[in-house]
Write a protein of this length. Structure first.
Length: 525
């Protein structure tokens, strides 16, 4: 099952590592054939290479649209070497067998990412490359196909180990990589076209990602897992730079994403902000006069849960904030940047991972979210909705301070799993109730946690006294609202829209609450 490699066709847009690879191939006595730009690069390096036009009898034409699309190439890739009729056809038409194909495609994805115009994107759709890759991969019983520069070294090692040949197992593995590459490439083209034609994103029919990292395990140690990047340039966990610490785990990535997306809601011009996340839910969010103050206020919402959490900041991490964060164990810190003094402080904490993103994510930028269900997966637009109109529905309107807290609580509630209840006061969350099946339970849990925290901190009053409370969806009955009033909340923000709105509003009036309807709900599951 070891097949010798006698002739190789190299046709690459990205010429990284090309000359090195070709030198090893030449040293193995392998004949080299190339397309225009690749052949020039090889000749410049002093290598001996034939032109593809020698195999096809045709020059490259139509601006390179047609270079290798010819039986002289595809016959050489597809012929079964142990089939008499195939061999006879090769002889009859003077087709030379190609045993190794090295191709990387026109850089379509980066052309799109660079904001190129429609026609430029079209010209960057590779046609001959994918055709050759698919042909070679189909014939992997005889042909070796390399589509990833990362595979150059393994190829060199394989050839060295097998006297200039490759094993079937090796060719099969590369064929799998090859088909993944052409599938992702066409998905990128189709995704780009859907965007160009204004097709609603969830109906785009194909999704693709590039394997970015395989993990030791998934959500639990017995689950395999990997992380795929979708090529978007959005600042966030996928594009962040990691400065220290172990590789991110599956749960780290999930939680870090939640933390960074939440903190990105708070624009730096409105002041420093911090979000602390545990199990994909915030356990404390705050603004402050400084980043350190924001961190400490967020921490004070739920010190118990913050242990081993993920911290996201909306500004450059400085030394004082870094020092405050290191007072307890934190898994990951993500921020738009970090200054040298902060990095130095973290350097002493080997288990702490620091990620910088070079900016915040735009919370209004459209994106997609996916969820797996048996038999398929659900796709929807990311929840980038912001209510356009707030309506006071009670006799009393919120004061300016209450309004500020209401909007703060509402923003956080959008990032809390449903049923979500968030109490906020003075630019900080003071109680968060997440993921309950009943809204009244979320309301009570949030208040109880606030109470426990006040006790632990030795505060006189429960921090929910005078707080604003946000509910991610309407109160179906007055009970949840009354539980919030019992806890001391004085203002409420919620979507409204229940058939019992009148009852809920009457209860609010009776309790002296100010209540605002947003007309938009933020379920998150
Ligand atoms: P070169 O730089 O060698 O001139 O071109 C290499 C690129 O051309 C590779 O990315 C390869 O996939 C692509 N390619 C090879 N054959 C064809 C073809 O027949 N048509 C098109 N459009 N691209 C091709």
């Amino acid at each position: 099952e070891i097949t010798p490699v006698r002739r190789a066709l190299l046709s690459v847009s990205d010429k990284t590592g090309l000359v090195d690879l070709a030198r090893t191939l030449e040293a193995q006595g392998i004949e080299l054939v190339s397309t225009g730009g690749t052949a020039s690069a090889l000749r410049e390096a002093g290598l001996n290479v034939a032109d593809v036009s020698d195999l096809t009898g045709f020059p490259a034409m139509m601006d390179g649209r047609v270079k290798t699309l010819h039986p002289g190439v595809h016959g050489g890739l597809l012929a079964l070497r142990d089939d008499e009729a195939h061999v006879a056809a090769m002889d009859e038409h003077a087709i030379a067998a190609i045993d190794l194909l090295v191709v990387n495609l026109y850089p379509f994805e980066s052309t799109v990412a660079g904001g190129a115009d429609y026609d430029t994107c079209i010209e960057n759709i590779d046609i001959g490359g994918p055709a050759m890759i698919r042909a070679a991969a189909k014939n992997h019983r005889f042909v070796t196909v390399v589509t990833d520069i990362e595979d150059y070294v393994p190829l060199q090692e394989e050839l060295a180990a097998h006297d200039g040949g490759t094993t079937l197992a090796f060719r099969q593995k590369l064929a799998l990589t090859a088909y993944s590459r052409t599938a992702a490439y066409d998905a990128a083209v189709s995704g780009w076209m859907a965007g160009a034609l204004d097709e609603p994103a969830p109906r785009r029919r194909s999704v693709s990602g590039t394997l970015r990292q395989t993990m030791r395990y998934g959500e639990n140690p017995h689950q395999n897992a990997a992380f795929y990047a979708d090529g978007s340039a959005r600042p966030g966990v996928a594009s962040a730079t990691q400065h220290q610490g172990k590789a991110l785990s599956y749960n780290n990535i999930n939680d870090t994403d939640a933390a960074f997306e939440l903190v990105s809601e708070f624009l730096p011009k409105d002041g420093p902000a911090c979000a602390i996340i545990k199990h994909a839910n915030p356990c404390g969010v705050a603004r402050g006069a400084t980043l350190e103050a924001a961190y400490r206020a967020a921490f004070d919402c739920d010190r118990t849960s913050a242990f081993g959490g993920i911290v996201a900041l909306n500004g450059i991490l400085d030394a004082t904030t870094a020092r405050a964060i290191t007072e307890i164990f934190t898994e990951v810190v993500i921020a738009p940047g970090a200054d040298d003094a902060a990095k130095e402080i973290f350097a002493g904490k080997k288990n702490l991972r620091l990620l910088t993103t070079d900016g915040l994510a735009n919370p209004l930028e459209p994106a997609l979210t996916y969820r797996q269900v048996s038999g398929g997966f659900l796709v929807q637009d990311k929840d980038v909705g912001h209510p356009t109109e707030l309506r006071t529905v009670t006799k009393r309107a919120p004061s300016e301070a209450e309004m500020r807290d209401l909007l703060f609580a509402w923003t956080v509630a959008k990032h809390v799993k449903s049923n979500a209840i968030v109490y906020a006061r003075g630019d900080a969350t003071v109680g968060i109730g997440a993921g309950q099946m009943s809204r009244v339970d979320s309301t009570r849990i949030a208040a109880r946690k606030a109470h426990d925290m006040a006790e632990a901190l030795g505060l006189d009053a429960t921090p929910t006294q005078g707080a604003a409370v946000a509910s991610d969806a309407f109160f179906p009955f007055p009970d949840g609202l009354l539980a919030a009033a019992d806890a001391g909340a004085t203002a409420v923000i919620q979507p409204g829209g229940s058939v019992r709105d009148d009852e809920v509003i009457a209860a609010a009036d009776e309790a002296g609450l100010a209540m605002v309807f947003t007309g938009m709900r933020h379920f998150r599951h």
